[in-house]
Ligand binder design. Structure first.
Ligand code: NDP
Length: 433
């Protein structure tokens, strides 16, 4: 705490992991001797830099860029970039720390990193977003490389932004180094199914969790938060598997549509028009939009928080349990507060933490890197098949580790322990670095 003052989210993420590691450290004293935990909580490198740019009126703005290169024990630093107002170092550090274990769980040879900027793209023109991305990359490019550090998208960073960033990287380096960024357009080095991967993967993970209790997704009522990249494709996969998806949210409120959400309309509103959710209810009079209360007030069997960190609180969790929720899987990173997780645990609700449940996105990014390295293009079905297999493997790893360490059904412990062991063994083998 003294070493990293004011970084509450980072403390929260570290606390959760360390809480799981007690049994591992007693079984493997060599890790304690090598100060593995002390080394693991200190990023290998963290960058903060100035990002100056001009808006369409010629006014100058100055933002702050970040890249935290946390661990390269298993491969190049890998993790997304997030553009949100007020982004602080502690948030980027928590995301990068989580990413280490998530990426380890995929088994695809990628280290952990994360980055972004305190830039708000809302209301900005394409030209303004392009100038911002170009300025951001003008500093960041010297730290990147397909074998060094490979960013992707995250909140407010989609194919448009990755395109602008890639274009500037190419211009500065004079190299068409496709594997330096993932989430590219499919016509210029991007992987099929990358856009869909995080949401699809989260739903695959839910299926696996339900199957441990002999249950399935078809016919279940599903509620999600967010209506961005993760959320929209979680809706798509859940609907394809026969679930009844009735509510989702955005930063302005939430919409309930008892007939089932109209995904085409949602995509048009959120992806094409970049508009708010109240326009959904205007177009579908039977649906209701509310800016009061929470999407978690809507009764459901399955809740998928897919918006942002610490959005699902203890109060929401109590309400969900009262309304009979059976499973919660995190499409977003750390969306449930620690007291909310306790509520789910006490009630015996299946709870899939983000570092396992939303690992499908980064797994498919690693598959994009493979395709780029081999100069191959795989079809959608092949890529999605590999994604589904990775999610099944991650689920099995979590369950196996949780059982081995005496906490069956505890996906938090299972994910932390399985991810940690892979990173720790690599760090031991690589010496004091
Ligand atoms: P997007 O920017 O595409 O979407 C985020 C969505 O969340 C938007 O609909 C946004 O609303 C909404 N939102 C933001 N804050 C709130 C809030 N407080 N309450 C309700 N809704 C809110 O981001 P992504 O979908 O890419 O990312 C979402 C989460 O998933 C993040 O935690 C991210 O780190 C995580 N994640 C993403 C991956 C990916 O592949 N994209 C991979 C793994 C994890 P509005 O539309 O109004 O802005």
């Amino acid at each position: 705490l003294r070493r990293n003052p004011g970084e509450e989210e980072f403390h929260q993420a570290v606390h959760e992991v360390l809480h799981s590691l007690g049994p591992v450290l007693s079984k493997r004293p060599e890790y304690a001797e090598a100060k593995l935990v002390e080394r693991l909580v200190e990023p290998e490198r963290q960058l903060m830099f100035r990002v100056p740019w001009t808006d369409d009126k010629g006014e100058v703005h100055v933002n702050r860029g970040y890249r935290v290169e946390f661990s390269s024990a298993l491969g190049p630093y890998k993790g997304g970039l997030r553009f949100v107002p007020h982004l602080a170092l502690g948030t980027v550090k928590f995301l990068a720390f989580e990413q280490i274990f998530k990426n380890a769980l995929t088994g695809l040879g990628i280290g952990g990193g994360k980055g972004g900027a305190d830039f708000d793209p809302k209301g900005r023109s394409d030209a303004e977003v392009m100038r911002f991305c170009q300025s951001f990359m003008t500093e960041l490019y010297r730290h990147l490389g397909e074998h060094t550090d490979v960013p992707a998208g995250d909140i407010n960073v989609g194919t448009r932004e990755i395109g602008f960033l890639f274009g500037q990287y190419k211009r500065l380096t004079n190299r068409y180094e496709a594997g330096v960024l993932t989430g590219k357009g499919t016509g210029w080095g991007g992987s099929q199914a990358r856009t869909e991967a995080t949401g699809y993967g989260t739903v695959h993970f839910v299926q696996e969790m339900l199957a441990t209790r002999g249950e399935e997704l078809a016919g279940r009522r599903v509620v999600l938060s967010g209506s961005g990249n993760v959320s929209l494709f979680a809706i798509e996969k859940a609907q394809a598997l026969g679930a009844h998806v009735v509510a989702c949210s955005d930063s302005s409120g939430y919409v309930v549509d008892e007939r089932g959400l109209d995904l085409d309309l949602l995509k048009e509103i959120k992806l094409e028009r970049r508009a708010r959710l109240d326009t959904y209810a205007e177009a579908r009079p039977a649906a209701e939009f509310s800016s009061r209360g929470s999407v978690y007030d809507v009764a459901c069997d399955i809740a998928l928080p897919c918006a942002t960190q610490n959005e699902l609180t203890e109060k929401h969790a109590v309400g969900l349990v009262k309304n009979g929720v059976k499973a919660v899987a995190e499409g977003a990173n750390m969306p449930c507060t620690p007291p909310a997780v306790e509520v789910f645990r006490d009630a015996g609700v299946l709870y899939g933490p983000g570092k396992a449940a939303n690992a499908g996105g980064v797994a498919t990014s690693a598959l994009e890197m493979r395709q780029n390295a081999a100069r191959e293009i795989w079809g959608f079905e092949e890529t999605e098949g590999r994604l589904a297999a990775v999610m099944r493997d991650i689920h099995t790893e979590c369950v196996t580790a949780a059982e081995e360490y005496g906490a069956p059904d505890d996906y938090v412990l299972g994910a932390n322990v399985a991810g940690f062991l892979r990173v720790a063994d690599a760090m031991q083998a690589q010496g004091l670095v």
